[in-house]
Every structure is written in C-alpha cells, then in structure tokens.
Design a protein around this ligand. Structure first.
Ligand SMILES: Nc1ncnc2c1ncn2[C@@H]1O[C@H](COP(=O)(O)OP(=O)(O)OP(=O)(O)O)[C@@H](O)[C@H]1O
Ligand SMILES: [Mg+2]
Length: 204
C-alpha cells in the first residue's frame, strides 16, 4: 500500500504553516496517520543543512551553492523519511518541497530553468507529490501578514523578488494542472483551509 504525498507551497507569509496545521488536524480526525514535515529539515543531516542555509553569517553564499544545499537536504529527507512513510501508507504533508526550489532559485534568483529542474530530479530522488497546493496571495498582503501590523514597508527589490516567485509558482500550476492546484490564500484561515481540503478531495 502506498500513502499519499501532499506538498504545500507559496511565497513567504502566504500561510503555508498555518494551513499545514489545519490540514493535518482534518486528516488525523479522519483516522489517517499524518507525517508533518517542513523543508529544509526533517532529518539530523537535513537540519544541519538547514542551519547552514538560514545562518545570516553565510551571506556570501552563491546561488549555486544554495541550490545544491537545498537538494542535499531534500535527498536525505526523501530517502530517510518520506519514502518509508509512503511505503507504510501514511499521508505525508510537507511544508515546501522541490517546487519551492523552482520558484525561488529559477524564479526569484533567475538560475537556469532546465538546470534547476534537473537538480530537483536529483534532490527529490524522483519522488513526485501526488498533490501540491500553491497558496496564492498578493505579495503585499503576504508581507503585511508576516509583519503583523509592523510599520515597515516592503523594499522595492523585495517585492519584485516575491512577484517572480509567485509567477514561477503560477507557471508550474499551468504546466501540471492535475498535480499543482492554486488556492486563493486570501480571507480567514478557516476559509482557506476549506479551499485546501476541497482541492484534496478524491485523493484520500
Ligand atoms: N488567513 C489568514 N489571515 C490572516 N493572517 C494569517 C492567515 N493565515 C496565516 N496568517 C498569519 O500570517 C503569518 C504568516 O503565516 P504562516 O507562517 O502560516 O505563513 P508561511 O507561508 O508558513 O510563511 P513562511 O514562508 O515565512 O514560512 C502568521 O503570523 C499567521 O498567523
Ligand atoms: Mg512557514
């Protein structure tokens, strides 16, 4: 028996982590084993790679190094955690997976499109999500959420970057409409969760 692999995607602050909790609760209430993961991380090695990626002291990191660290973290998580969980029939709910790498490294950082896709194939060990939910939100709204009433305005460059990330996600959804579903992430948390669960119907 094979489980179900669901990934949650979208730009910073769109509500992925919030929705991961709500979706996990709903699936667990229906009696499924849910394995909740977030990338990068999820294994001892992957957490060490995460620390490298998130360390502000590593601001000299070049985009190619960043790409390969994400893939390294992912390969370990896929082989060590995701594949065994799917093999025993669990629902794997992963907050970010290779579509994030496409959106940020090919979209945001403008690395070569084909090269990022090949890297994703390696890093994911060929394990493709059964369904991917892209939580779509105006970058300015996502920023307002993330700063929760803070007064800072988004820098022009930051906003352009987030727009490229969003566009890359929407390209993926157009390319793979049966796997990648765009979820309107505006409105109340429960409204968004209802849309997300509707997009998982027939899968579980
Ligand atoms: N529907 C919503 N309406 C208003 N605020 C929300 C909504 N969903 C989440 N938030 C809030 O917005 C902020 C960002 O949400 P969350 O952390 O879930 O986003 P994320 O996509 O996981 O962000 P990141 O990419 O930084 O991990 C949090 O403070 C969260 O409580
Ligand atoms: Mg999050």
């Amino acid at each position: 028996m094979r489980g179900v692999f669901i990934t949650l995607e979208g730009a910073d602050g769109c509500g992925k982590s919030t929705q991961a909790s709500l979706i996990a609760d709903a699936l667990e209430a229906s009696g499924r084993e849910v394995v909740r993961l977030r990338e990068p991380g999820g294994t001892p090695i992957s957490e060490k790679v995460r620390a490298l990626l998130l360390d502000p002291a590593n601001d000299e990191m070049v985009p190619e190094c960043e790409l390969m660290l994400y893939e390294a973290s992912r390969a370990q998580l896929t082989r060590q955690v995701i594949e065994p969980a799917l093999a025993r029939g669990a629902v794997v709910l992963c907050d970010r997976y290779y579509d994030s790498t496409y959106a940020y490294q090919a979209g945001g950082r403008a690395l070569d499109d084909a090269l990022v896709r090949r890297a994703n194939l390696l890093g994911s060990c060929g394990v493709v999500p059964d369904r991917t939910l892209v939580f779509d939100l105006e970058p300015a709204v996502a920023y307002a959420r993330a700063t929760a009433g803070g007064a800072d305005r988004m820098e022009a460059e930051g906003l352009a970057f987030q727009e490229r990330v969003r566009d890359a996600y929407l390209r993926l959804a157009a390319e793979e409409p049966s796997r990648v579903r765009v979820i309107d992430a505006s409105g109340e948390r429960d409204e968004v969760a209802a849309r997300a669960l509707a997009a998982l119907e027939g899968l579980l």
